[in-house]
Design a protein around this ligand. Structure first.
Ligand code: UTP
Length: 273
């Protein structure tokens, strides 16, 4: 059973400026719930109650969100508004949160390596909270945890994207070993459509085995001068096996304005119902 889940949340969120100038992207709400709360709910649903968050400067609101707010709670105590905190209270009472700071933003691979002290030597989940996922049946991370039990190797979540958008994602090539499960043979970070090995794009859900930390340590900066998790995973795929899983459900790219609005409309319909 995988117990721990890492949330890299140190990025600048430049696509959402000026909103993200003083506010972390991860606490921007979809309807009335911060993005990262959806992610933590998904981790919990997969049995991962140890939450490790990689933060950076200006991200303190994340820690405050997963803590008690005595004045506020005193203020609304005994009123009908109290029930609006039921969800977050359930999370706080059932999860253990740890935080570490990424001092320099050297890329997602580097952010994950920064989490080594929180994870230790066990397999773990990774959630990029700005990819908001709605699983069909089980939540997406739970689908992946189930697959991990069978194969015991690193797994990345993928989805088909329009070919002209491959330059926004890590893109894989692989052999389908069972329905929707691919053994990765190649991975390229943000390829031009003409160089992309497929239109199967990696989205922000991973299960990683702990040897990934040693591999990231040896991974030189790649695309954009950043230490890319895609490069480290490609190395892991060569040494061992890495799977790509076409998850059941849908994903909203809430790091982009369009995806954020789409998610807001979708979850507002559910909120109203
Ligand atoms: P993004 O590519 O979405 O970067 O990173 P970003 O900085 O958050 O957003 P834009 O592109 O400037 O708008 C993917 C994930 O990796 C984390 C981010 O917080 C995000 O969850 N990340 C990225 C880090 O934690 N550290 C880094 O050095 C880079």
């Amino acid at each position: 059973m995988i117990r721990k889940c890492l949330f890299p949340a140190a990025g600048y969120g430049t696509r959402f400026l000026p909103a993200t100038k003083a506010m972390p992207k991860e606490v921007m709400p979809i309807v009335n719930k911060p993005l990262i709360e959806y992610g933590v709910e998904e981790a919990m649903a997969a049995g991962m109650n140890n939450i490790g968050i990689i933060t950076g400067r200006g991200k303190r609101a994340i820690e405050d969100h997963f803590d008690t707010s005595y004045e506020l709670e005193h203020q609304i105590s005994g009123t009908s508004k109290e029930s609006m905190l039921d969800g977050i209270r359930h999370i706080i009472n059932n999860c253990c949160f740890s935080y570490t700071r990424q001092i320099e933003m050297k890329g997602l691979g580097h952010a994950i390596l920064t989490g080594e002290a929180l994870i230790g030597r066990e397999p773990f989940g990774v959630v990029l909270a700005d990819d908001l996922c709605e699983g069909e049946g089980d939540p997406v991370l739970a689908q992946m945890a189930k697959l991990y039990e069978k194969h015991r190797c690193s797994i990345v979540a993928i989805e088909e994207v329009p070919m002209e958008e491959t330059n926004k994602y890590g893109v894989i090539a692989g052999n389908e070993i069972e329905e929707d499960v691919f053994m990765i043979t190649n991975m390229v970070e943000k390829p031009d459509p003409k160089d992309a090995p497929s239109n199967l794009a990696i989205i922000g859900r991973y299960i990683l085995t702990p040897d990934i930390f040693d591999i990231i340590r040896e991974t030189p900066p790649g695309k954009g001068g950043e230490i890319q998790i895609t490069d480290a995973l490609m190395e892991q795929a060569k040494r061992n096996m890495v799977l790509a899983y076409k998850f059941k459900g849908r994903r909203f790219d809430c790091g982009s304005v369009e995806g954020f609005v789409e998610a807001t409309n979708y979850f507002y319909e559910k909120y109203k119902a």
